[in-house]
Design a protein around this ligand. Structure first.
Ligand code: MSP
Length: 659
């Protein structure tokens, strides 16, 4: 029977603001999953989405939709990103899935029945974006220690998990299982910052949050979102359901991989829950570093810093292909540490490693076989004095590659493969096939050189399979090897497995060289345009009101809610970067207001100054193109889209009420 390997990514918040940093955990997991499969293991790779909690509740309310209506399209969105990146997950769990909800409720009840959960009152600091409670001493300058955002004091009846009693057991577990939490630096961080100062019992239910899983025996309580989220790793396998065969087969997880900011949840809270449930702990929890931009964790909320860096995963895949993006993520960031993301770094890697080193080696080899041997891979004949070293480099890859991959060190494993690629390129310079071809007596050496080069690219392609999903197969098809079963590493440990006498196929350049300046210019233009169109689309709330369809009959009370006033325009200008918007400064008696209105196509700013208009004065302010609009100008619009603002029939003081 095959050995099993269960690997998980964290489940993602459906924020919709996905960036390349989010792809990091999932791409590494995918690479490790593919590698473990090639080692012959029965791999189960889990990913999914973390859909409950206050953050989602709030965002949905802002949009005027229900939480599930808010998250549903975002789940399709993230799945399409994983698809674009060729992520080979076996299961996608949503915390809104029925089976998960039922299992979480069961787990909560079991913990309560065992006395691991009890009812009390909570008072503490809560960070909404991180869904985390903090004590006074944990706050950093009065703010959330994880994200630096403001926290609020919350007090309510809550259920508590007896986390405090697990501190010593956890320290002991770390000591006895040095492989459990990695890299080592995270162990010290957890022990010194959390376990040694002593753990407090964890508040695991809220009454003020409705969007979540209700406690079955006390329905006004909603289960704390991290308890709901962490248990996904077992509920996805059927734990707590009628069919737990996957749980029996794959648990304990071989690897939970995540970014360093959520290691605390995975290495303290999660193991304590498992201990409380008498379930074995995962074999390894690994907290990787972050992808940084301008010295900060990549985040869409820091838009200014990423002005001209393209960070949208789908755009990046469209532009450079999934292989290039996967390669960059797996090669550039020293594993366990932070790495810097810039378009320049990405383009640099594509040009130097993929286009120059790998791409050139493949295209030169195929071109020379075509030129010297009519496209047929020759048999090795006479040895050259450079063969031994080349072969020993090729045969030396396996042990170092496997050691690096087993340590989850993808960059080092890739570097071993690229040492072979570089060695093969150097072999071309050393053997000078073009010179050999001119000397009849050297043809048997030329044959050996061509065979050895083809064998090197075959070996490199097979080692690259966990990292890139397209280019290895293209390389193998260039050597007419696409029919071969290269699903493991057995054919690459020893040099010489390549069949000769086979016809090569000419392929287009694997990774065309990119011109940095052109790329930067195009990216800048693209991002500017995108920003402009985003601003334009913010105008939509007002545009939506120009709905010519019949509206329902309303009561006089409904109409009375709308406060209309006469406003005089005292200044007006175009809104920069918008074709539709004008910014009007209007006077309503004593009061002055700013109104942003989508009427630039109908009126020039000069024409409007001095005019008296009708405006909705009690409309909730909205930001349009970064300007707060404190009201709305009333206009008439015909079917052709022609506009006319509405004015009082005779001159009347601004600020006058309209009823
Ligand atoms: N929902 C929680 C996880 C619950 S698991 C029981 C969560 N979700 S997340 O969407 O915010 O993050 C998902 C993964 O993306 C995490 O591993 C996180 O570290 C990773 N990244 C998000 N931004 C990142 C970078 N800028 N760089 C590297 N990885 C980062 O946390």
């Amino acid at each position: 029977m095959k050995e099993k390997y269960y690997i998980t990514t964290p489940i993602y918040y459906p924020s919709g603001n996905w960036h390349i940093g989010h792809c990091y955990t999932t791409v590494i997991c995918d690479c490790i999953a593919r590698y473990q499969k090639m080692l012959g293991k029965d791999v189960f790779f889990l990913t999914g989405t973390d859909e409950h909690g206050q953050k989602i509740e709030k965002k949905a309310a802002e949009k005027g939709v229900t939480p599930i209506e808010f998250v549903n399209p975002l789940i399709d969105d993230i799945k399409s990103i994983w698809n674009a990146l060729d992520i080979s997950y076996d299961k996608f769990i949503r915390t809104t899935d029925d089976y998960h909800i039922k299992a979480v409720q069961k787990i909560f009840k079991t913990l309560y029945d065992k006395g691991e959960i009890y009812k009390s009152e909570y008072e503490g600091w809560y960070c909404t974006p991180c869904e985390s409670f903090w004590t006074d001493s944990q706050l950093k300058d009065g703010k959330c220690p994880d994200c630096g955002r403001p926290v609020s004091k919350e007090k309510e009846e809550s259920y508590f998990f007896r986390l405090s009693k697990y501190a010593d057991r956890l320290i002991k577990y770390y000591e006895e299982n040095p492989e459990f939490l990695q890299p080592k630096s995270r162990v010290n961080e957890m022990i010194n910052n959390f376990l040694k100062p002593g753990l407090q019992d964890l508040c695991v239910s809220r009454t003020s949050i409705k969007w979540g899983i209700p406690v079955t025996f006390d329905e006004k309580h909603t289960i704390y979102v991290w308890i709901d989220a962490l248990t996904n790793y077992i509920t996805a396998l059927g734990y707590g359901s009628e069919d737990d065969s996957l749980f029996k087969k794959y648990w304990p997880a071989d690897l939970h991989l995540m970014g360093k900011e959520i290691v605390r949840f995975h290495s303290i809270i999660w193991p304590a829950i498992l201990m409380a449930l008498d379930i074995p702990l995962p074999k390894k929890v690994y907290g990787h570093g972050w992808l940084l931009i301008g010295g900060d964790k990549l985040s869409k909320s820091k838009e200014d810093k990423i002005k001209f860096e393209l960070t949208d995963p789908k755009q990046l895949v469209n532009r450079y292909g999934s292989d290039a993006l996967r390669y960059f993520l797996l090669r550039e960031i020293p594993f366990g540490s932070d790495g810097v993301y810039t378009n320049e770094n990405l383009i640099g890697r594509i040009n130097s490693d993929l286009a120059n080193d790998l791409g050139n080696l493949v295209s030169r080899t195929i071109a020379m076989i075509n030129k010297y041997f009519g496209g047929i891979i020759p048999e090795r004949e006479k040895e050259t004095s450079f063969d031994k070293d080349l072969i020993s480099v090729a045969e030396g890859v396996y042990d170092k590659y496997v050691a690096a991959m087993d340590a989850l060190n993808a960059p080092d494993a890739l570097s071993e493969v690229f040492k072979l690629v570089s060695r093969a390129n150097k072999y071309i310079d050393e053997t000078m096939p073009w010179a050999l071809s001119k000397d009849e007596s050297k043809i048997s050496e030329l044959k050996t050189v061509m065979y050895n080069l083809s064998e090197c690219i075959r070996i490199a392609a097979i080692y690259l399979k966990p990292f890139m999903t397209k280019c290895p197969n293209i390389i193998l098809s260039a050597l007419s090897l696409n029919g071969e079963d290269y699903s493991d590493f057995s054919s690459v440990k020893k040099f010489g497995g390549l069949k000769s006498g086979v016809k090569v196929n000419t392929i287009p350049p694997l990774f065309p060289r990119l011109d940095l300046k052109t790329e930067e210019k195009e990216i800048e233009d693209f991002l500017k345009k995108e920003k402009e169109s985003k601003m334009e689309s913010q105008v939509k709330p007002e545009v939506k009101l120009h709905d010519h369809s019949d509206k329902p009959v309303i009561d006089i009370e409904d109409f009375a809610k709308v406060q209309l006033k006469v406003a005089q325009v005292i200044a007006c200008e175009k809104v920069e970067k918008s074709k539709k918007l004008l910014k009007l400064t209007v006077k309503l008696g004593e009061e002055q207001r700013t109104v942003v209105s989508g009427i630039a196509h109908a009126y020039s700013p000069e024409y409007l100054v001095g005019k008296k208009l009708v405006m909705v004065a009690n409309l909730k302010p909205v930001k349009l193109c970064g300007i707060e609009s404190q009201g709305m100008i009333i206009c008439a619009e015909n079917d052709k889209g022609e506009l006319s603002f509405v004015s009082p029939e005779r001159d009347i003081e601004d600020g006058s009420q309209i009823f």
